[in-house]
Design a binder for this molecule. Structure first.
Ligand code: NAD
Ligand code: IMJ
Length: 255
């Protein structure tokens, strides 16, 4: 479905990352890929993963999205290798651990700023420099969570950041639509990744989410990968500014 298309995926940390499941889905659909991870320390392990699991060799790059120069350098390398881009996947979030353990009310100014910068502003930052390469239109996808709209214990400042991220999706979709660039978010149900592990009672949370969801189960990274493939492909050409839930239906329940 993506034969002849090229894209960049931000946010692979390890084989549990949603960005890794997404990478596998896009690779098997024939896309040419650049994979961006946070720093050089991730490169060796991810290199091994890609050699073992992907059919096409990706361009593997390190980029901390807090650093504008690193973003510029990343796009120079993508331009040199591909000369164009058709899609971009943003799968990045961060808040300081103490802000996810305490109460929302106690969130510090610095903690608030950090969560908003890495989890929201980074979408604009990586999109801005991708636009010149998306000459024939494109598809931009970010990852969000229901904590943007509901009170979820401990999600705290990340919930507020995800609400802003979802709004940013609509503003970017409005501005970039005339250039044929679509912008959407996938709202995933809980998945046991690095960003979820260590959250207190996460496994019991997984259990209750599965019990309440219409499909009576949790979701897998592969399901997020397949939904991303749909959003990258022309099958979704009429969809922009949307938040699509990949959560086994959990968000519709009232109990
Ligand atoms: P993950 O920890 O594997 O991915 C988060 C990524 O963000 C990591 O690769 C990390 O290196 C990257 N990152 C953090 N700060 C960065 C920086 N300054 N520069 C560059 N990269 C940086 O966990 P994940 O669960 O795969 O999270 C990916 C996305 O999915 C996040 O936006 C998260 O909010 C969202 N999400 C996760 C779940 C879940 O239950 N796991 C559910 C819904 C949405
Ligand atoms: C995260 C915190 C609290 C409750 C949570 C989560 N629930 C879920 C998550 C119920 C599903 C995972 N999620 C959706 C996230 O977006 C996680 C973001 C995150 C996680 C960490 C952990 C380690 C750290 N900082 C983080 N920043 C963001 O130091």
């Amino acid at each position: 479905m993506l034969e002849g298309k090229t894209g960049v995926v931000f946010g692979v940390a390890n084989n549990h990352s949603l960005a890794w499941s997404i990478t596998k889905a896009l690779d098997s659909a024939g896309a040419g890929l650049a994979i961006s991870c946070q720093g050089e320390r991730f490169i060796n392990k991810i290199q091994k993963l890609t050699a073992e699991h992907l059919k096409n060799k990706p361009l593997l790059l390190a980029c901390d999205v807090q650093d504008e120069q690193q973003i510029a350098r990343l796009y120079e390398q993508i331009d040199a290798a591909f000369g164009r881009l058709d899609f971009l996947v943003h799968s990045i979030a961060f808040a300081s651990r103490e802000d996810l353990e305490g109460t929302f009310l106690q969130t510090s100014r610095d903690g608030f700023r950090l969560a908003m910068e890495i989890s929201v502003y980074s979408l604009l930052a990586v999109t801005r420099l991708a636009i010149p390469l998306m000459r024939e239109g494109g598809s931009i996808i970010t990852l969000t969570y229901l904590g943007s709209r509901r009170f979820m214990p401990h999600y705290n400042v990340m919930g507020v950041a995800k609400a802003a991220l979802e709004s940013a999706v609509r503003y970017l979709a409005g501005e970039l639509g005339p250039q044929g660039i679509r912008v959407n978010a996938l709202s995933a149900g809980p998945v046991n990744t690095l960003s979820a592990r260590g959250i207190r009672d996460f496994s019991s949370f997984l259990h209750t989410a599965a019990a309440k969801a219409p499909l009576q189960r949790n979701i897998s990274g592969e399901e997020v990968g397949d939904a991303t493939l749909f959003l990258c492909s022309d099958l979704s050409r009429g969809i922009t500014g949307e938040i699509i839930y990949v959560d086994a239906g959990f968000h519709i329940t009232g109990t």
